[in-house]
Design a protein around this ligand. Sequence first.
Ligand code: FPP
Length: 257
Amino acid sequence: MARRTSDSLAPVPSAASAAPEADGQGPRHVAIIMDGNGRWATMRGRPRLFGHHAGARRVREIVESCPDLGVKYLTIFAFSTENWKRTQVEVAGLMSLFRRYIIRESRQLRDEGVRVRFIGDRVRLDPKLVVLMDELEQMTSQNDLVHLTIALNYGGRDEVARATKRLAQDVARGVLNPDDVDEETLPKYLDTCVLPDPDLVIRTSGEARISNFLLWQSAYAEYEFVDTLWPDFTRAEFACLLSSYGTRDRRFGAVKA
Ligand code: FPP
């Protein structure tokens, strides 16, 4: 695991010069824990939701940078199963932000070749929001330039529990033989079943923990923890982290000859 401060990233190369795409050394799937919106707003004497709105603008910038930077899959943690513990005002504000994000950005995402998927448990979400999520998935389903996955009411443990329940139901129905349950079978029941595992997980805001994000899928991911608060996270810093990933020696438990 790597931990970086803003200083250790300096000088930040331009996004173009840091782009790892050309040599294929960059990560194909990047997952991001977008942390620090609240602190960013508080530092400015503003309500926490102000930070979340600034964070949403960063989402757009980072998604737009993916094709140039060679990132095919981007998965972002927007709302966790634990985030319901926040004040009612913040939760309602975040849900309203997600609704407005989908309404405002859907056409552009479609036209820019982004395929959007949502992971997480939809049961607790407002049905009107779920309709918008379904529509966005549907209207971008033919796209293949960038695969953007938004984790909304998502928790890694919850996902594994829901997957296990479905798997057990298949066993009970006689569709699945318990002897056939292995490391290849279980991921087919996860929300991420159509996605490759993340190569790189980035967390902003200086916290070095994974907070229940993609627990199964990140078993062999590389990690980058940066001090930058999410609303300050730029395309240039993103490019720098992708570039540094190219120097990692990923052995997946094996020894290189
Ligand atoms: C964590 O920062 C951030 C969140 C719980 C929300 C993430 C949401 C966004 C970036 C909004 C836009 C997302 C989409 C998909 C439009 P925090 O509030 O916990 O920050 P803190 O640790 O400084 O309090």
